[in-house]
Ligand binder design. Structure first.
Ligand code: S3P
Length: 179
């Protein structure tokens, strides 16, 4: 592998954290989660930031966490679902290395996280509908920002990681062939 970063993007429930943690282990890379950075810096949980300071402050902290990644190597980065929507975040994430969109349907995403109270954007009357709405808005951005996408709908975390490693290796070999 080229030691450039691997950046995971996609909706809440896409598996970025679990896949990212395992992928980092397998590649011998460091794992970094932008939500964790934001939460550590703010000294409070993501739901608390949203409740006490609002989404705008959260997005500013998120952008700061992304900016701090510039120049890093050998990292697997799990991003918050909204991070790539900001064009400057997207530009920085793309410059870091390979960006992968972990894809699943709105129904599957909802099933995976419906009992999790840690997603402030889904604490609404119709979380299922909100998930579908957000996915429809964001999917074109995810596709545009990502180098490739992986459909995780029917795959376990282990299977996603194994497929990712294969695909990343294939792309590294192809890139070396181009040099
Ligand atoms: C958000 C996703 C969350 C977190 C915040 C906002 C979003 O991260 O950043 O609640 O805008 O989709 P996960 O994608 O890790 O759940």
């Amino acid at each position: 592998m080229s030691r450039r970063c691997v950046v995971l993007i996609g909706m809440m429930g896409a598996g970025k954290t679990e896949v990212g943690t395992l992928l980092a282990e397998e590649l011998g890379y460091e794992y970094l989660d932008t939500d964790e950075v934001v939460s550590e810096r703010a000294g409070k949980s993501i739901p608390k930031i949203f409740a006490e300071d609002g989404e705008k402050v959260f997005r500013e902290l998120e952008a700061e966490a992304v900016r701090d990644l510039v120049g890093r190597r050998s990292l697997v980065v799990a991003t918050g679902g909204g991070a790539p929507v900001d064009p400057e975040n997207a530009r920085i994430l793309r410059a870091l290395g390979t960006v992968v969109y972990l894809k699943a349907s709105a129904i599957e995403l909802y099933q995976r996280i419906k009992n999790d109270k840690g997603r402030p954007l889904l604490q609404v009357e119709n979380p299922k509908g909100e998930m579908a709405k957000l996915l429809a808005l964001r999917e074109p951005v995810y596709k545009d920002v990502a180098d490739f996408m992986m459909d995780t709908e029917e795959l376990s975390v282990d299977e996603v990681v194994a497929e990712l490693i294969d695909e990343l290796a294939r792309r590294t070999i192809e890139t070396q062939g181009d040099e």
